[in-house]
Structures are given as C-alpha cells and as structure tokens.
Design a protein around this ligand. Structure first.
Ligand code: GDP
Length: 536
C-alpha cells in the first residue's frame, strides 16, 4: 500500500470497525499481576501460543528486551505500546502502562489514549499507592474503570471489606458483576450476580490454558457448595442493598465500577473480564478538538501522538511515535499532515509494537494505536490528519512531578550542545524542565514523575548530544502551583523553592507534606493549588 492522500474507505466501514474497538489499559501497583493478566487475556484471545511470550522482563519466561543499552542494564522494559487481539466480534487494544521502576510521565500519558481502564487489585492488599496515582488520572479524565480483584486463589482480605475500601478511600461505588464463592485462598468459583448462576472453576495444568468452567444453577450450587454458596448469596444481597447493582450509566460516568474477582495465574475470571470489556466497556467516541468540536469517527483520518520512543532498534537509531487513531482509516503509505507544524509526514513505516513484538500495520481504525517509525519530527501531543480543514486536538497535560534534580553539564566545553539537548528533551516531554533566576540558565532543574525519567534524560544527553550531565538530586517530593508569583519570596524563604516551567507555571517545591503544612500555617495568605496527578 503506497497510495498517498486520504483514504477512500466508506464511512459505514469506519463506523463499524470503530464500534468493534475496545481500547483500554491496566492500572495497578507493581506485583498485583499486570503482566500475568495481560498474558492471560492474550491467551484467551489466542494471539500468542504460550503464556509468557508477551512481556520481556528479567527473570520471567519472556524475552528480555534489548533495544536500548539502558534497558539491558536494568532488565526492564521502558517501551509502552499496544497489544491487539480479536475476541468474539471485537478488536481489543490493550495499551501497556509502564510500571515498576520505569513509572514515568509516559505511564500517565497512555491514559490519554484509552477509552477505559482495568484497575487491578491484589486481594491481600487492596488499593496501593501506584494504583491510587493512576486512578487519580482516570478520575481526572473521566475514564470508566473496571475493577479486577486478583489473586483470589491466595489468602487475602474479605470481599465486602475490599468493596468498602473503594467507597471509603476513593468514593467509587463498587458494582460487583461476580461474587467469589469460597474466601480468598479457597476459590471455588463465582456467583454471577446478573443471573444468579454459579461458575465453578477447575484448575488446568499450570494454568497454561483457559480455566475449566462449569455453569450450575443456584439449587445445584447450594447442594454442592453448602455454606460457601449461601454466604456468597447473602453477601451479594448486601451489595444490592448498598447500591451495588450494575448500572451502565454510572460506570460510563466513572462514578461506579463493575467489580470482578479472579486469579490471573489460574485464568479464573479472565473470560468474565474479556466478556465485560466487549459487552460493556465504551467504544471510541468522537474526540473533541482544541475548539471543543467533536471530530466525527468517520471524518478523514486523524490521530494524536501520546508517546515518542527513541532508540528502540540498536542497529539504527530510530524514533517511534505512538499515535492513537481518532477518526477515519489509517493506511500505511498515507501522507498525513502534522497540525503543529503544518508539514506533511509520509507514513511509510508503521508498526504495532508490544514488548518485543513488532508487526507491520497496514490499516488502522479509530481506537487503534500505530507506531510511526523514523518519526523524528513528531512530538508528544501532536495531531496528525488528512484532509481539510486542519484539526488539532488538545495537547497532553503535564503531570505533578515528585522527583527533582539539578542538571549541570559535566563538560563545560559542550555547554551549547547541553542546552540544545535539554531543549529537545523538554519538547519531547522526557522530563519537565524548571528554571529560576536564582539558579540561572546553566543549571536547570529536571522534574519527573518517576526517577527513571532522569536516567533516560542523562543517557540521551550523553549519547545523542555528547554532553554528559551531572545530576544532583534535590530533597523535594511535593509540588504545588503558585498562582501568584508575588508570593515567590515568601515561599522561597521557608526552605522550599519556587521554579518556573516553560509553560509559565510557577511550581513551589517542598521536601514533604509537613513542610507544606508549616508554610500554610505560617502564611495562610499564600494560595497553593494542587497539581493533580492527572495533569492540569
Ligand atoms: P506485575 O508486576 O503487576 O506485572 O505482576 P506480575 O504479573 O509480574 O505478578 C507478580 C507476581 O504475582 C508473580 O509472581 C505472579 O506469578 C504472581 N501472580 C499474579 N497473579 C496471580 C494470581 O492470580 N495468583 C497468585 N497466587 N499469584 C499471582
């Protein structure tokens, strides 16, 4: 396919294909089982022949990703892209949210490209810090969330208590679709709350294939499971009494969450999750442009870049821009316009990338993610489109940083390259760059959501700009927006510091929340606004 220009796909086809898409990400704390769930979903949908082939992680069965020296050294993956598979009549796009040590702004940005999220909880732990941060972003963006309580095969907390935690800590109404039969550690199956039947699970060897399932009517379930069944029924009735029956409108409005119980490692509950995604999760909707006009799904092609990855292929340093399709059809070879620069961009090389897997994309529809290779001119937040008039989607927000470091050139004779490198990293959103008169142009402060961003920035300054950097960590962990710059002097004098981002936002940095509280008490006249994790 080398034809240039807008696609000629009929609108009905675009609408039909968009309607089949379910584009989501898994949000979780490290070790809750995200990789295992991803593998289990892929296994059910049969995109790969053996569990473990999806993720390259040191010590796991997968292939250790080796496209970047930095990655090799750390044995982790810092790429994020989409895994696409067919399930029933749907096409599911699972976007990877980097976690673990590689937690960074990219993790948040992925959530700008999804239509729903699966919040994965460890049954023994419930809501954990990283889950909360990511949930914050979902809430801020109004992304509907499905909750999957994982590891029910192991001793854990009480199901009712886990549901209460959702209401009490994050104000999210749980609407369980299934209820576990047997407490955590004694997982027999689930009560399907929509029809009252029992789905009984049986283990298969190593959990390597889909779990064995029987469906039993309530009377038989009671006869076979006795007290376990009656307890599940009673608890399910308690949930009904406290507003826990499924209501799709509330799910789509992101004020309530359907909940499922399962065990990814045994593949228990994974089919329910896929069915839920296909039947109830939102499909792509027209995205609003900068003037808040919705771009119809069957309008000419448009997409926005939510991630740019450099150096994925060690043999020739390339740059891949990941874009989510918003309207129309993408066909490889198309010439699209970058709305930011007005320049044409030829999409000769387009790929789907997930972990170590790359395959060429020829056609993509709204909801799909394409990886555009050799996209050196593309930046995070750019809009791509065909046809006239031009369309521009709002840029991606920047997020509340929690790690800070002063950056100085290690080699003063390379100061010019150093500045150029920093401008480049800033424009790509690799790190946020903060400056102040006090610190001067020569020593800006890098701000990041996760410390891995510093390593990527340092690596790139060194290898691409031949200007090694000396990074000196600052003791701050909390950032607030200071709307009135006149208060800068007051804040600066209390052992905290005010710096300014390129977009003009003044950020007040504090060592911790106690330092922030002290300033608030001493200077109630100073307004400090939270920088929501979900951006501004
Ligand atoms: P991630 O860090 O969220 O990607 O978590 P992993 O998928 O790597 O899982 C972390 C650990 O939990 C691994 O040892 C998994 O085998 C284990 N694990 C994941 N899901 C389950 C489950 O349902 N039950 C049990 N018992 N262990 C699980």
């Amino acid at each position: 396919m080398t034809a240039a220009g807008p696609s000629t796909a009929p609108p009905a086809e675009v609408l039909r294909e968009a309607g089949r898409r379910r584009t989501f990400a898994v949000i979780s704390h490290p070790d809750a089982g995200k990789s295992t769930v991803t593998e289990a979903l892929a296994l059910h949908a049969r995109v790969i022949s053996q569990a473990g082939a999806v993720h390259g992680k040191a010590g796991r069965r997968g292939v250790v990703s080796d496209w970047m020296e930095l990655e090799k050294a750390r044995g982790i993956s810092i790429t994020s892209a989409a895994l696409q598979f067919a399930y029933r009549d749907a096409v599911v796009n699972l976007l990877d949210t980097p976690g673990h040590a590689d937690f960074s702004e990219d993790t948040y940005r992925v959530l700008a490209a999804v239509d729903s999220a699966v919040m994965l909880l460890d049954a023994a732990k419930g809501l954990e810090p990283q889950t909360l941060k990511l949930f914050d972003v979902c809430r801020h963006r109004g992304i509907p969330v499905i909750t999957f309580v994982n590891k029910w095969d192991r001793p854990g907390r009480d199901a009712l208590e886990l549901c209460d935690e959702l209401v009490e800590r994050i104000g999210l109404q749980p609407m369980p679709l299934t209820w576990p039969v047997g407490e955590a550690g004694d997982f027999r199956g689930v009560l399907d709350r929509r029809d009252g039947h029992f789905t009984r699970y049986s283990r298969t060897a190593g959990g390597a294939t889909a779990a064995g399932e029987d469906r039993l009517p309530p009377a038989r379930a009671e006869a076979e499971e006795g007290a376990r069944w009656t307890r599940a029924v009673e608890e399910s009735e308690l949930m009904s009494a406290s507003g826990g029956d499924f209501d799709r409108e509330r799910f789509l409005a992101a004020s309530a969450t359907p909940v499922l119980f399962g065990s990814a490692v045994l593949n228990f509950g994974v089919r329910h999750l896929l069915d839920l995604l296909v039947e109830l999760a939102p499909r792509p909707e027209p995205r609003r442009d900068v003037e808040a006009r919705p771009r119809a799904l069957d309008a000419p092609f448009s997409a926005f870049v939510f991630k740019v990855q450099t150096g994925m292929d060690p043999s020739h340093r390339d740059q891949v821009a990941f874009a989510r399709v918003c309207s129309g059809v993408f066909e490889r070879g198309m010439v699209v316009t970058n709305a930011t620069t007005g320049r044409p961009f030829a999409t000769k090389y387009a790929q789907q990338v997930f972990g170590q897997h790359r395959s060429t994309v020829d056609t993509a529809y709204p909801g799909d993610v394409i990886g555009l290779v050799n996209a050196t001119a593309l930046r995070v937040g750019d809009t791509l489109h065909t046809g006239r008039p031009a369309v521009r989607f709002p840029g991606l927000p920047s997020f509340a940083p929690a790690h800070f470091a002063v950056a100085r050139p290690a080699d003063l004779s390379r100061a010019k390259q150093f500045r150029r490198g920093i401008d480049q990293l800033e424009s790509e959103g690799v790190v946020q760059v903060l400056r102040s008169l006090r610190r001067g142009e020569g020593s800006p402060v890098f701000a990041a959501v996760g410390p891995m961003q510093f390593e990527v920035a340092a690596y790139r300054l060194d290898t691409e700009f031949k200007s090694p950097v000396r990074l000196e960590r600052l003791p701050y962990t909390v950032a607030r927006r200071l709307p009135d710059p006149d208060h800068r002097a007051v804040v600066d004098s209390r052992g905290s510091e005010v710096l300014t981002r390129a977009d003009g936002t003044h950020l007040a940095l504090f060592t911790d929340s106690t330092a922030l509280a002290v300033l608030r008490r001493l200077h109630p006249e100073v307004t400090l606004e939270p920088l929501v994790a979900g951006g501004e």
